[in-house]
Ligand binder design. Sequence first.
Ligand code: HEC
Ligand code: HEC
Ligand code: HEC
Ligand code: HEC
Ligand code: HEC
Length: 371
Amino acid sequence: MALVAVIAAGGSLAGWGAFSVLLDKTNSLEFCVSCHSMKGNYEEYQKSPHFKNASGVRAVCSDCHVPKALGHKLMAKVMAAKDVWHTVLGTIDTPEKFEAHRLDMAKRVWAKMEATDSRECRSCHSQDAMDIHKQRPKAQTLMQKGLQKGETCIGCHKGIAHKMPDMSSGYKSLFEDLKSQAAAKSGSADTLYSLESTPFYAERPDGDAGKGDGNVYPMTKVKVLERKGDFVKVEISGWVQEGVKRLMVAAKARRIFELSMTDAVANTMTLGEAEVDPDTTLSWQTASITGWAKTAAFTADQAGLGHYGAEMASAACGACHSQPQPGHLPANQWIGVIKEMKDGTALGTEDVRLLQSYFQLHAKDMPNAGH
Ligand code: HEC
Ligand code: HEC
Ligand code: HEC
Ligand code: HEC
Ligand code: HEC
């Protein structure tokens, strides 16, 4: 019995030794780079302070990507078996394929780090050991405030070791999908939503449509009255501030733009009784108007449009701080915040319009507040 026990113990010890060496080997920079060499990540990392810095402390691939604790580490190794499979498939074997796949991969890394409260970052950077007073001013204020609120490192420090993925690819392809399916999906729908800014016409135009008598803003809900050729006759309902009829908004006293128009068109609006908004003491009236617009600018897929807005927000607004939630602020406050933040993003004017409507329509003081 004793002999068997000794042999068993010896055997497993030897096995353990070999296994442990294997684990170490598979954690080395060389091992990771044997596959991730030509593919951008290595070169980008070599330019980052985690490769070379004043102190000479290097963070290698596994320091950030593989957990230290044995249980978590084993789990990560088992999960990484899929990398071998994808190598066989050639998922990322050219720079083009790698770039096309980068956002998906990066999102998986971010999700993992969020879930572990950036455990691997904290294995080197201890919050307690940070000397706030030696940090740059922006770190002292913004980072300390964020950490106190329970935000995690990766929420604010994306792209520290590699180039940021092209964040716009995700929402841009969603837009293309919405646009190409718009006609098929909205064929007989009674209610449509604008996908983009589009001209509004008092009369149905013939031939060259020109720039119209007004502008429908993105995400505006319209009721379909008639379809003819490439055009649809719609009814748009909302609110106008008394005396400022040229701008219709989606809710009383909330500047969520639906339609701007010429005075002539504004005079054709049907208006309700004036109501005073107690907060601002301004008077508002319900309003509705009919006119024509290009069918191609609309979709019946309200959920798809909302998803597009959320994707744009997550691509544009999550890099410097944690993802801002629309339900965090009232509709009117989002105008100022977006105006201030938009310069830090790569969004064009039209994207900003849609994003603003997205945040406002889901704002704290709107019925469908939340995400
Ligand atoms: C056998 C080749 C190979 C080796 C060795 C390898 N990888 Fe990968 N890795 C891949 C492939 C292929 C993918 C794409 C897999 C996919 O899309 O699911 C990938 C994806 C990734 C991702 C993207 C996120 C994810 O979860 O898919 C990270 C991060 C990563 N590898 C890090 C590492 C690190 C760190 C090492 C060293 C410990 C390493 N890899 C070793 C082939 C390899
Ligand atoms: C192996 C230890 C180690 C790990 C793991 C690590 N870091 Fe670092 N980090 C360092 C060192 C060393 C420096 C350079 C310090 C210096 O400038 O002397 C640094 C610098 C930084 C900087 C300042 C330079 C820059 O790139 O802006 C940030 C921010 C940072 N790390 C964030 C992170 C985050 C986020 C993670 C997790 C994804 C992480 N670190 C993981 C060791 C590590
Ligand atoms: C709320 C956002 C936020 C969070 C959360 C956050 N940081 Fe930062 N961090 C910043 C900003 C902003 C800076 C300053 C960057 C600059 O000056 O360009 C910074 C700077 C740093 C620096 C460089 C300090 C310096 O003065 O050069 C390090 C290192 C760092 N962060 C690590 C971390 C680690 C590790 C965590 C998680 C424990 C973390 N950060 C969490 C926003 C954040
Ligand atoms: C300081 C921490 C750190 C180090 C060191 C590091 N990475 Fe990453 N890696 C990240 C983070 C964070 C992401 C998520 C995307 C981002 O924010 O750039 C990421 C993303 C990736 C991805 C997904 C594709 C992409 O570019 O986003 C791969 C693959 C990857 N890393 C492989 C590696 C390899 C291989 C090494 C070593 C040569 C390495 N990483 C070193 C932190 C690190
Ligand atoms: C280039 C980095 C960067 C980007 C991108 C960015 N922000 Fe910010 N954001 C900041 C900084 C820095 C602050 C802190 C400013 C301050 O406190 O004065 C901040 C603060 C905020 C606040 C808090 C402001 C308040 O008054 O409470 C909100 C909300 C916000 N951002 C939303 C957004 C939205 C929405 C987007 C996308 C359109 C976005 N951010 C994109 C850097 C950024």
